[in-house]
Design a binder for this molecule. Structure first.
Ligand SMILES: [Zn+2]
Length: 166
């Protein structure tokens, strides 16, 4: 009797635990919870977008005070799949018309390497980072130096230069 060839069992990728307010924030800042970190900005952006069609007024939505915080909140938006936030935090000049995220790509870790300007009194700044992801078990990294400017007073993503993968 011929020996049965053993086919490797491919385990399906474990479904990621949904990010909740109590989860560690995907951006990794100071071990904060998502609900106290990037989740604040995501929720505020959603609320102000919703209120644009409703009665005007109310306090201004909290927005990231620095380019680095905006960058972190955008990374977290990738991690939680908040395309609305990504589009709203993109400069109107460079914003794509639509954005589709690859559901198989999981953003697992962010490293902020360097930041220039981008503070409360700056009008521009850059943030260099490495964003680690996995897709069907294969790891990858996106290394980019992003440029941020202010639009309507708030920090937005302008564009970025990809670095060759290490
Ligand atoms: Zn965060």
């Amino acid at each position: 009797m011929p020996r049965r060839r053993k086919t490797p069992v491919r385990r399906p990728a474990a479904a990621p635990a949904a990010v909740t307010a109590d989860s560690p924030c995907p951006c990794g800042l100071d071990d904060r919870r998502y609900g106290d970190c990037c989740g604040v900005f995501h929720a505020a952006a959603k609320a102000s977008a919703a209120s644009a069609t409703g009665p005007a007024g109310g306090p201004p939505a909290p927005a990231p005070a620095t380019a680095e915080l905006l960058m972190r909140s955008r990374y977290s938006a990738f991690a939680v799949g908040d395309t609305g936030y990504l589009l709203r935090s993109w400069h109107s000049r460079s914003r794509p018309e639509r954005l589709e995220l690859d559901p198989a790509q999981r953003w697992v870790r962010l490293e902020v390497l360097d930041a220039t300007d981008g503070g409360p009194f700056h009008v521009g700044g850059t943030v260099a980072f490495r964003a680690h992801w996995t897709e069907r078990g294969e790891p990858g990294v996106l290394a980019e130096t992003s440029r941020f400017v202010r639009e309507g007073g708030a920090w937005v993503y302008l564009d970025g230069v990809l670095e060759p993968a290490p």
